[in-house]
Write a protein that binds this ligand. Structure first.
Ligand SMILES: NC(=O)C1=CN([C@@H]2O[C@H](COP(=O)(O)OP(=O)(O)OC[C@H]3O[C@@H](n4cnc5c(N)ncnc54)[C@H](O)[C@@H]3O)[C@@H](O)[C@H]2O)C=CC1
Ligand SMILES: CCCCCC(=O)/C=C/C=C\C=C\C=C\[C@@H](O)[C@@H](O)CCCC(=O)O
Length: 258
C-alpha cells in the first residue's frame, strides 16, 4: 500500500511512539490526524509538521480514547477534513497498576472503541473503502511482565482482539487488514516514569530492570519503521510483529485446526 494520498489517524499521536508514527506516515505521503489528551504537545507537533511538509498535512484533535463520543467526533472530523479514513493506529496506552481499571479502559477498551468506530468509516460492506488498522500492543502481549499483571493482560487482550478482527474481516469481507505491533522496551516517557506506576508490584521494579538489561531499549524510530511495514505490506493481516533492539520477528501462533 503506497501512502501518497492516504488518510491516517494515530491515537496517542502527540508523544513517544505515536509521535514517531505520525512523523513516518507524514514523511511517506499520508495526511495524518493525531488524537491525544496532550493538547500542547499535539498542537505543536501538528504545526511543526505542517510547516515542514505543507499546510493541511496533519490535524490535531483533542481526544481521550476513554470516551466513545470524543473518538466518534474525531473520526468524523478527520473524514470531513481529509475525505475519508484509510489507516488507523490505535496506539494510546499507559502503565498504571494502581489505577488498573483506567489501564484496562485506555489500553484494551480504547483499542476496541477505536476499532469499532473505525469500521463505520472503513468497512467495505457499509460503504467504506477498506484499509488497515494497526494496534500497538507490546512484547507484554506475548509474554508476561511480572511487575505489570494488568498491563500484561491488556496487551494480551489487544493481540487476541486484533487477530480475531483480522479473521472476522477476512471471512466477512470488510476489506480491512488488522495487525498488532509488539515492541520491547522503548525510550519514551512511559518507560522513564515506570517506577512510580507499579502499585502492588513496586517491589518488582528490579525484576523489570533485569529484563531491560537483558533485551535492551529501542528508539521510537525503530518501532515506527516496523509499524510502516505492517501498514504498507498488503500480505500482512492477523500478524503480531515483535520488535527488539536485535531485530524483528513475526510471532508464530499454534494452530488448532488441521
Ligand atoms: N515505551 C515502551 O517501552 C513501550 C510502549 N508500548 C506501548 O506503546 C504505546 C505508546 O506508548 P509510549 O509512546 O511509550 O507512551 P508515551 O507516554 O510516551 O506516549 C503516550 C501518548 O498517549 C497519550 N495518551 C495517554 N492516554 C491517552 C488517552 N486516554 N487518550 C488519548 N491519548 C492518550 C499521551 O498523552 C501521550 O502523548 C502504548 O500503548 C504503550 O503501551 C509498547 C511496548 C513498549
Ligand atoms: C515495565 C513496563 C514497561 C511497559 C512497556 C512495555 O510494554 C514493555 C515491554 C517490554 C518487554 C516485555 C517482555 C516480556 C518478557 C517476558 O515474557 C519474559 O520472556 C521475560 C522473562 C525474563 C526472565 O529472565 O525470566
Amino acid at each position: 500500500m503506497a501512502l501518497n494520498g492516504k488518510i491516517a489517524v494515530v491515537t496517542g499521536g502527540a508523544m513517544g511512539i505515536g509521535k514517531a508514527v505520525t512523523e513516518i506516515l507524514v514523511r511517506n505521503g499520508a495526511q495524518v490526524a493525531l488524537l491525544d489528551v496532550n493538547e500542547t504537545e499535539g498542537k505543536s507537533l501538528s504545526e511543526d509538521l505542517n510547516k515542514q511538509y505543507g499546510q493541511e498535512r496533519t490535524l490535531f484533535l483533542s481526544c481521550n480514547v476513554e470516551s466513545e463520543e470524543q473518538i466518534k467526533a474525531a473520526f468524523q472530523k478527520t473524514a470531513e477534513t481529509f475525505g475519508g479514513i484509510d489507516i488507523i493506529c490505535n496506539n494510546a496506552g499507559i502503565v498504571n497498576e494502581s489505577e488498573w481499571e483506567k489501564t484496562v479502559s485506555i489500553n484494551l477498551m480504547g483499542v476496541i472503541r477505536g476499532t469499532y468506530l473505525a469500521l463505520e468509516h472503513m468497512n467495505k460492506l457499509t460503504g467504506g473503502r477498506g484499509g488497515v488498522i494497526v494496534n500497538t500492543a507490546s512484547m507484554a502481549g506475548i509474554g508476561p511482565l511480572p511487575s505489570c499483571p494488568v498491563y500484561t493482560a491488556t496487551k494480551h487482550g489487544v493481540v487476541g482482539f486484533t487477530r480475531a478482527m483480522a479473521a472476522a474481516s477476512a471471512v466477512s469481507g470488510y476489506g480491512i487488514r488488522f495487525n498488532a505491533l509488539c515492541p520491547g522496551f522503548v525510550q519514551t516517557d512511559l518507560l522513564s516514569t515506570i517506577s512510580s506506576k507499579l502499585g502492588l508490584f513496586a517491589s518488582l521494579a528490579d525484576v523489570t530492570q533485569q529484563i531491560v538489561d537483558k533485551i535492551g531499549i529501542l528508539t521510537v524510530s525503530e518501532v515506527a519503521e516496523c509499524l510502516l511495514e505492517l501498514v504498507t505490506d498488503e500480505t500482512k493481516s492477523g500478524e503480531a510483529l515483535m520488535v527488539f533492539p536485535k531485530g524483528k520477528s513475526y510471532v508464530t501462533f499454534p494452530s488448532f485446526i488441521q
